[in-house]
Design a protein around this ligand. Structure first.
Ligand code: C2E
Ligand code: CA
Ligand code: CA
Length: 686
């Protein structure tokens, strides 16, 4: 073998060069292994454990090669001793390290076990076949089982997990495919244990060894938190009084219904309902009964519609009903009528039967609006028009209603400014003594000089001012203006004149009213008897606003109170006696046909006779002709007002007229005497 011989010769040469022979006797024999040992140490700390095998090979290879060579050539390679030492050192080092690793590993394992045991989260591992392979104590507690009982059983036998949102039963096979798209919340159903809501996270086990694949499921019991969250969500979306969906949820449902109707090319109706005179119930029966009535109405409305329809409360006495999939518009109106009837039937409130009616506005998708906002607005507009007709009615939306609503709205905005911009003014209609024909006073009637619409009569804006509450400040201003105008006229002519001011029910509610009146009289220096306050018979009778006590206080300070529009409010004789008004003003509707209609004549005669009995003054309103004036004079009615005597005039016109009358009387007194019984017609331009 020439190759082997060459190597043997090389060894020979090397041996001579080193002169290390025999093994272990020379200095190098000791220092060599020490050096290599040090090198080995450094090596073993520097190199990565995966490379250690390579290092081991590198160390072991020369030993092996040397051993092979020695076997065939009987020649020994000197650094062999060092290499051997290195190999031994390496093995020792590796063994020590292995021991350390094993210790660390068992400590780690212990920590993991303790952690898993004490963890509040339930940890369940499941293999690929769906069998439970591990349960920590929290999991055993959650599932009401023990590790011993559960491990090895199929997960479906131990518990069921249902997707909270979609209600689907969880499949572990599916979960294995796509763990990232699993729902957040589950309802756990473990035999006879109470259902729990849990949050679960999944991790896949991907060990290729047998039984190494599967899922680790970490489950947190969030039943209480979910319950709270649901409660908060419910409270935020429901009305606490009636438990009905509130404005927010209603808008949401309406939007969903619109989307459904749009997809299915279908329709839906929005019904806006507002109770009539609910305030009256609240004021007369108290707020507790008012709340009970609202609850009763809510349940009546709910019972009147199908389960899939939505009844919600917007606030106050306003409810909204959403009805989907209607055959046609007529069907919606039928539903609305049903709702109105349900509200109309008596409601038992604390042992008492309470009656209430409602006004309902109906509008349709898609005809009357496309968005939730527009539909609600238009249904509200239709409701307003149902209410304007006297209530207890159903009205379907149409575009003219919208036009009116816009006009009303802009007018309302304008009215806010009218008072500060001095657009309001007071006109005065003379009140005549029918026997003498002399002016005995004036009724103050408000007007609005609208910059664009011209002179507006109170019928156009007083109801609006009442609704917005603006009537209180407007009314105050009328009282002050009427007093100061009358005071100014009285300076010119020393007549006995009075001024009558109309009061709105809202003003009667205002506790400051007596003070306002007293201040107005004081500031103008008028006697209390110069001011008369008019309230309509209807308001007096219903006392819906609790204003009678205010009226009584006003009368205590010496003010006269006249009952306006008398004959329309069905007041009883005894009531009138109790209230002791200072004047009845016979309503225009009876005066109009008094000379032609025997019934009206009889009513008027009865009123005058009753007033005489009660010793209350009477004024006939709306006298337009000489015949009517004569009729009342013959009847013994003391006073009258109306177009026949004079239309309402501005303050300065009244002043001029009064001066003329005063002048005329002075002249008459100094000259011939006239016929005092003949009524006189008063105008500014006489
Ligand atoms: P009212 O108190 O019954 O006032 C009488 C109304 O009849 C006035 O209408 C007057 O212009 C009108 N009138 C007078 N004589 C005749 C007549 O011969 N024929 C006809 N057809 N009508 C006549 P006006 O000024 O439009 O007032 C309407 C209502 O507005 C008043 O009815 C009163 O209830 C209310 N009102 C007027 N001014 C005020 C006010 O300052 N405050 C409040 N709260 N209401 C007011
Ligand atoms: Ca009046
Ligand atoms: Ca009247």
């Amino acid at each position: 073998m020439p190759g082997v011989e060459v190597v043997a010769n090389v060894f020979q040469g090397l041996r001579q060069a080193h002169m290390i022979w025999p093994l272990g006797l020379e200095l190098q024999v000791v220092s060599g292994p020490v050096l290599v040992l040090l090198l080995g140490l450094i090596l073993s700390y520097l190199i990565d454990y995966r490379q250690r095998l390579l290092a081991l090979l590198l160390v072991a290879a020369p030993v092996l090669v040397s051993a092979l060579l020695y076997g065939s050539t009987r020649l020994w390679f000197e650094p062999m001793s060092s290499t051997l030492a290195l190999a031994v050192a390496f093995v020792v080092l590796q063994w020590r390290e292995l021991r350390q690793v094993v210790r660390a590993f068992s400590a780690e394992r212990m920590r993991a076990t303790v952690t898993l045991r004490t963890l509040a989260e339930a940890v369940i591992t499941i293999d690929n076949d769906g069998s439970i392979t591990y349960l920590n104590p929290a999991a055993a507690y959650l599932l009401g089982t023990s590790s011993a009982r559960a491990v090895g059983r199929n997960v479906d036998e131990v518990f069921r997990a249902v997707d909270e949102e979609r209600g689907r039963v969880f499949s572990f096979l599916e979960a294995n495919n796509d763990i990232d798209r699993l729902p957040n919340y589950w309802v756990l159903d473990a035999g006879d244990r109470e259902q729990r809501t849990v949050r679960a996270s999944f991790a896949r086990l991907d060990d290729p060894r047998p039984g190494g694949r599967g899922l680790i499921v970490t489950v947190t019991d969030v039943t209480q938190e979910r319950h709270l969250t649901r409660q908060i969500h419910y409270q935020a979306s429901h009305d606490p009084l009636t438990d009905l969906p509130n404005r927010m949820l209603l808008a949401d449902r309406l939007e969903q219904a619109i989307a459904r109707a749009a997809r299915a090319n279908s329709n839906l109706a929005v019904m806006f309902t507002d109770l009539d005179d609910f305030k009256k119930v609240n004021d007369s029966l108290g707020h507790v009964a008012g709340d009970a009535l609202l609850r009763a109405v809510a349940s009546s409305l709910n019972q009147a519609v199908r389960l899939e329809d939505t009844v919600g409360r917007l606030g106050g006495d306003e409810f909204v009903v959403l009805v989907e999939h209607l055959r046609n518009e007529a069907a919606a109106l039928t539903v609305a009528e049903k709702l109105a009837a349900a509200v109309r039937k008596p409601h038992k409130i604390s042992g008492q039967e309470v009656y209430v009616t409602t006004s309902i506005g109906v509008c349709f998708y898609p005809k009357d609006g496309k968005s939730a906002d527009e539909l609600l607005r238009n249904a509200d507009t239709a409701m307003y028009s149902a209410k304007a007709g006297g209530g207890d009615a159903v009205a379907a939306f149409d575009q003219t209603m919208k036009q009116n609503a816009i006009e009303r709205f802009t007018l309302e905005m304008d009215l806010q400014r009218a008072l500060v911009q001095h657009e309001l003014c007071v006109f005065y209609q003379p009140v005549i003594d029918l026997r003498t024909g002399a002016i005995v006073g004036f009724e103050a009637l408000i007007r609005w000089r609208h910059p664009r619409r011209g002179l507006l009569l109170p019928g156009r804006f007083i109801p609006m001012a009442e609704q917005s509450g603006l009537i209180v400040s407007i009314g105050e201003w009328v009282i002050r203006t009427a007093c100061s105008d009358l005071a100014a006229w009285l300076k010119d002519c020393d007549e006995h004149l009075r001024v009558a001011v109309n009061l709105s029910p809202r003003q009667l509610q205002d506790v400051r009213l007596p003070v306002v009146v007293e201040n107005a009289l004081q500031e103008t220096g008028l006697a209390t008897g110069c001011l008369e306050l008019e309230i309509t018979e209807e308001v007096l009778m219903s006392d819906a606003y609790g204003g009678i006590s205010t009226l009584n206080r006003l009368r205590e300070i010496g003010l006269k109170v006249a009952i306006d529009d008398f004959g329309t409010g069905y007041s009883s004789f005894s009531y009138l006696k109790r209230f002791s008004a200072s004047r009845l003003k016979i309503d225009r509707s009876f005066v109009k046909d008094v000379t032609a209609n025997a019934d009206d004549a009889a009513i008027v005669e009865a009123i005058v006779a009753m007033a005489k009995l009660l010793r209350v003054a009477v004024t006939a309103e709306g006298v337009e002709s000489l015949e009517q004036a004569d009729f009342f004079r013959r009847l013994g009615c003391a006073e009258a007002q109306g177009l026949y005597f004079g239309k309402p005039l501005e303050a300065n016109q009244v002043r001029r007229m009064l001066r003329r009358v005063h002048l005329g009387r002075n002249q008459k007194e100094s000259g011939s005497s006239g016929d005092g019984s003949k009524p006189q017609v008063f105008t500014d331009s006489q």
